[in-house]
Design a protein around this ligand. Structure first.
Ligand SMILES: Cc1cc2nc3c(=O)[nH]c(=O)nc-3n(C[C@H](O)[C@H](O)[C@H](O)COP(=O)(O)O)c2cc1C
Length: 179
C-alpha cells in the first residue's frame, strides 16, 4: 500500500505533524503489509497522486484559510482524490480552543473521510513583521498546542481503516459528521 502525507506549512509545525503521522502509520501498517510505503512530502512537491492508494493532506491555518499549496493540490487532484480514502487535517488553534476560522472551506470536502483540527505552534522569532503584527492584534503568545499523542491516536485510527481496506478493498464509508 502506498500512502501519501502532503503538508503545506509556513513555519514547519504542520510538516512535523505529517512526520509524526507518517511514523505511526508506517509502524502500524508495515506489520500487516510489508510493502507499505509512506511518503511525507511538502504539498508543493507533489506532482501527481495517481501512484498512491490513500492520502492525508494537511495545512497550517492562516487568517481562516489553508495555505495555497494545499488548496492548489486539492483543486488540481480532486478527481483522483475522490477515488481513494482521504483524510484532511489542519494545524491552527494556539490555545486548545477551536476558534472560528479553523475549518477552512477546503476541509469541508464531501469526499474526505474526516477533517481533524490539531493545535498550532507559534514562535515569534520565526514570523515575518506582517505576521507579528497580526498575532499582536489577536494577542497570541508563543507556544505549542500540538499533541503528539493525539496525532498518534489519529494515525492509529487511520491505520485501522487502511488495514481493513488492504485486506478487503471495500468502498470507504465517508461520514459528513466529522467535517
Ligand atoms: C499570521 C498568522 C495568522 C494565523 N491565523 C490563524 C487562524 O486564522 N486560525 C487558526 O486556528 N490559527 C491561526 N494561526 C496559527 C497557525 O495556524 C499555527 O501557528 C500553525 O501551527 C502554523 O503552522 P505552520 O508552522 O505549519 O505554518 C495563525 C498564525 C499566524 C502567524
Amino acid at each position: 500500500m502506498r500512502i501519501l502525507i502532503a503538508t503545506a506549512t509556513r513555519h514547519g509545525a504542520t510538516r512535523e505533524i505529517g512526520r509524526w503521522l507518517g511514523s505511526t502509520l508506517l509502524h502500524r501498517l508495515s506489520g500487516i503489509d510489508s510493502t507499505t510505503t509512506v511518503d511525507v512530502r511538502d504539498a508543493s512537491d507533489v506532482d501527481s497522486i495517481a501512484e498512491y492508494d490513500a492520502a492525508i493532506i494537511g495545512s497550517g491555518v492562516y487568517m481562516g484559510r489553508w495555505l495555497k499549496d494545499a488548496r492548489s493540490l486539492i483543486a488540481r487532484e480532486q478527481a483522483e482524490l475522490e477515488t481513494m480514502p482521504v483524510w484532511l487535517f489542519s494545524s491552527g488553534p494556539l490555545d486548545g480552543s477551536t476558534p472560528t476560522g479553523t475549518r477552512p472551506k477546503e476541509t469541508k470536502a464531501h469526499w474526505a473521510i474526516e477533517h481533524r483540527v490539531f493545535g498550532g505552534k507559534l514562535d515569534h522569532s520565526r514570523l515575518s513583521s506582517f505576521e507579528r503584527a497580526v498575532v499582536r492584534l489577536i494577542k497570541a503568545g508563543d507556544g505549542d498546542s500540538r499533541s503528539p499523542a493525539d496525532v498518534a491516536r489519529w494515525a492509529e485510527d487511520i491505520s485501522g481503516v487502511l488495514a481493513e481496506h488492504a485486506q478487503r478493498p471495500v468502498r470507504v464509508v465517508r461520514s459528513r459528521d466529522h467535517l
